[in-house]
Design a protein around this ligand. Structure first.
Ligand code: PMP
Length: 357
């Protein structure tokens, strides 16, 4: 029998796939708008697509992570032995849990924070300490106070999913200075590239100054490679070495590595994605206001808003072929999260929402 801590886990529930809804509702796949999983509405970077096609030629070989690690190290200004690749950044979160947590140890995270933190903690046998949120976001003072002698990991999502809250970096820095040195702080920056450049962390300085800091990022969001599964951690070489000890040798596949290398250099695509998101956010926020709905100001590629009955509104949206994300599992049963799409998708969503209220 599995240990009690494994049996206590509730599995992750992903956004409803387009094909599943098409089957259930008898709708054409092309008529469905999916704004449920914070994916890039522009698809994948064209340079990445070309790289994937080329990489198919070497698919009989085991993957070699060297090129992507070298490119990331150069881009970020850290040494190659400070980068750890993951099968999506979820994989890297799991590596951190497996390295630092075990039965008898605990991790601290915020209420309404990303769902993988409790999952990774429990998979490693650790205990979860969920700290009440402040204005739906992280309450860093309360999180500092919640750290116990057995705490070995603190998870911070910045911006947070599903609430979109952002902590100014001065606050995160003060937190890092206050946290005991034997507690690893995982700063999950899956949505980092959607922040205005002035609000982004100075990766090199922070990793140098805080040996217990692990920054995680992903190619799933602005780079549009969610289906290929590639993310990474940046940390001190000592911490990176620990993460690599539990990492599966070939955890990122050839196509993902090739695509990520190309996506990193596709500045035009990144700029277009950023701009589309900025305009789409304005469009959706204006639409929500017009409908008289409260939203949580978001710094990601999605926005969470309040409705009187989350489950009912979600069902009505689904019947109209619009998939958003119900977030009852995050303790927000009367909120829905919508990913920022293309202009026409955002319009479809707002029109369908008006009918669903
Ligand atoms: N962190 C946060 C805050 C996220 O929202 C997500 C994706 N939903 C991830 C990590 C994981 O993304 P991926 O595994 O695709 O890199």
């Amino acid at each position: 029998q599995a240990p009690a801590y494994i049996r206590a886990i509730s599995p992750y529930v992903p956004g409803k796939p387009i094909t599943a809804l098409a089957r259930e509702m008898g709708l054409a796949v092309e008529s469905i708008v999916k704004l449920a999983s914070n994916e890039n509405p522009l698809g994948m970077s064209p340079k990445a697509r070309a790289a994937v096609e080329k990489a198919i030629a070497g698919i009989e070989r085991y993957p070699d992570q060297f090129e992507l690690i070298a490119a990331l190290a150069e881009r970020l200004g850290v040494a190659q032995n400070q980068i750890v690749l993951g099968n999506g950044s979820n994989d890297v979160l799991d590596l951190a849990a497996r390295v630092f947590l075990a039965p008898g140890r605990s991790s601290v995270f915020s209420q309404h924070a990303f769902a993988v933190y409790p999952l990774a903690t429990m998979s490693a046998g650790g205990e979860c300490i969920a700290v009440p949120a402040r204005h739906y976001g992280h309450d860093l003072a309360a999180m500092r106070a919640a750290i116990r002698p057995d705490t070995r990991v603190v998870w911070i999502a910045n911006p947070n999913n599903p609430t979109g809250n952002f902590l100014p970096y001065a606050e995160v820095k003060a937190f890092l200075q206050a946290v005991p040195a034997d507690v690893a702080v995982v700063l999950d920056e899956a949505y980092n590239e959607y922040l205005p450049p002035a609000e982004r962390v100075d990766t090199v300085a922070w990793i140098r100054d805080f040996p217990n800091l692990i920054i995680t990022r992903t190619f799933s969001k602005i780079h549009g490679l969610a289906g290929l599964r590639v993310g990474y951690a940046v940390a001190s070489s000592e911490v990176a070495d620990l993460l690599n000890r539990v990492r599966q040798p070939f955890n990122v596949n050839n196509l993902a590595i090739a695509a990520a290398c190309a996506a990193l250099d596709d500045h035009l695509f990144i700029a277009e994605s950023y701009e589309l998101n900025r305009r789409g956010m304005e469009q959706i926020v204006a639409g929500l206001k017009r409908l008289g709905l409260e939203h949580i100001p978001s710094h990601g590629n999605f926005v969470t808003f309040a409705v009187s009955d989350g489950a009912a509104a979600n069902q009505k949206l689904l019947r109209q072929g619009v998939i958003v994300r119900p977030i009852g599992g995050y303790g927000l049963p009367n909120h829905l999260r919508v990913t920022i799409g293309r202009e026409t998708e955002n319009l479809r969503f707002l029109e369908a929402l008006e009918i669903s209220l």
